[in-house]
Ligand binder design. Structure first.
Ligand SMILES: Nc1ncnc2c1ncn2[C@@H]1O[C@H](COP(=O)(O)OP(=O)(O)OP(=O)(O)O)[C@@H](O)[C@H]1O
Length: 289
C-alpha cells in the first residue's frame, strides 16, 4: 500500500498491492493520521501450505472495510493473525502505530480491537444475559485482584454493576433485551449474530472485526444488522468484515481488500474492485457482483 491518502467512496482507483511500497513502521498517512490497523508483509505457513503470503494493508478510521476472497484465500488466517489467535512467521501488525505482533488476544482486545465469535455449544446453554456478562473477562480479572485490597467489596460491586449496565445498554441497542433470559441456543441465526456483536462491544473497542456477520441471517434481521453496523460506524467505530456475500460487502463497505492464494490481489473502493479483471479471474471467471 502506498502512502497516498485513502481513496474516497467515489474514486474508481484500485490501490497497488505491491507490498514493497508500504510505509515504514509507525509512519502516518498523508492525511496525518496513524491508521487504526496496519498489517505489513504478513506471512503464515502451515506445514508447507502458505496460507498468508507477504500481505500488507491498512484500514481507515471510522470506515467499514471488507475482506473478501475465494475459499482458502487466507481470510480466516489473516483474521487470526491480526487478533493474536495465531502468530505470524514474519511480518507485523500495528494498532494505532503500536506493534502488537504476537501479542495474546486479550492484550490486543485491551488495546481496542476485538473480533466476533460464533457462540460455542457450551455458551448456548447459558442465557443471553449470562453470555454478555462473560464477555469482558479481563475486567473481571481486575475486579478479582482488587477483591484482596481494602475496601474492595464495594469496588467489586461497582464493577459488576457497571458490567451489568453495559450489558443491558448493548442488548437494548441491538433490540434483543427482551431475549435476556432466553438460552442463547434458542436464538435464531440472526439473533445470534446480534448477540455476537453485542458481546464484542462489551469492552467498548475502537475496532471491530466481524467474521461472517451475515451468515445464516434472514433478510429482515440482515437489514437490522446492517443498520446497526452503520450506526456504530457513525459513532466512530472502525470495522473490518470478512463475508462471503459479495453484494453485502460491495453495498456496505467503503473499501474492499481482495485476498487470493494468501496474497492481497486488490485494494480499493467497491466499484473499482467489481470491474477489476484480476478479481473477476480469481473468482473462477465468475461475476463479482
Ligand atoms: N490450521 C491449519 N492447518 C493447516 N492448514 C491450514 C490451517 N488453517 C488454514 N489452513 C490452510 O490455509 C489456507 C487458507 O485458509 P483460510 O481458512 O485462512 O482461508 P479462508 O479464505 O478463510 O477460506 P474459507 O473462505 O474457505 O473459510 C487453506 O489452504 C487452508 O487449508
Amino acid at each position: 500500500m502506498s502512502d497516498a491518502a485513502p481513496p474516497t467512496d467515489t474514486e474508481e482507483r484500485v490501490e497497488s498491492t505491491d507490498s514493497t511500497e508500504t510505509a515504514p513502521s509507525g509512519t502516518v498517512t498523508d492525511a496525518g493520521e496513524t491508521p487504526p490497523l496496519r498489517v505489513r508483509n504478513l506471512r503464515k505457513t502451515f506445514s508447507g501450505i502458505t496460507a498468508v503470503d507477504d500481505t500488507s494493508f491498512e484500514i481507515e478510521e471510522g470506515k467499514i472495510t471488507g475482506l473478501i476472497g475465494p475459499n482458502g484465500a487466507g481470510k480466516s488466517t489473516t483474521f487470526n493473525l491480526i487478533t493474536g489467535f495465531l502468530t505470524p512467521d514474519s511480518g507485523t501488525v500495528e494498532l494505532y502505530g503500536e506493534d502488537v505482533t504476537g501479542m495474546r488476544p486479550y492484550k490486543i482486545a485491551d488495546r481496542g480491537m476485538v473480533r466476533t465469535f460464533q457462540i460455542a455449544r457450551e455458551l448456548s446453554e447459558m442465557t443471553v444475559l449470562e453470555n454478555m456478562m462473560l464477555a469482558p473477562k479481563h475486567q473481571r480479572g481486575e475486579a478479582l485482584w482488587r477483591s484482596v485490597l481494602p475496601g474492595a467489596r464495594s469496588q467489586v460491586e461497582r464493577d459488576e454493576a457497571e458490567v451489568l449496565e453495559r450489558a443491558w445498554e448493548m442488548l437494548e441497542f441491538f433490540d434483543i433485551d427482551h431475549l435476556a433470559e432466553e438460552y442463547a441456543g434458542n436464538l435464531s441465526g440472526g439473533q445470534r449474530k446480534l448477540l455476537e456483536m453485542a458481546r464484542a462491544l462489551m469492552t467498548d473497542p475502537d475496532i471491530l472485526l466481524l467474521d461472517e456477520p451475515f451468515a445464516g441471517v434472514n433478510p429482515s434481521l440482515e437489514e437490522k444488522l446492517i443498520e446497526h453496523i452503520h450506526e456504530l460506524r457513525e459513532q466512530g467505530y472502525t470495522f473490518l468484515l470478512v463475508e462471503h456475500d459479495i453484494d453485502l460487502i460491495m453495498n456496505n463497505c467503503s473499501r474492499v481488500l481482495v485476498l487470493h492464494q494468501g496474497r492481497l490481489l486488490a485494494d480499493g473502493p467497491p466499484a473499482a474492485i467489481k470491474s477489476d479483471e484480476r478479481v473477476i479471474e480469481a473468482y473462477l471467471g465468475g461475476e463479482v457482483e
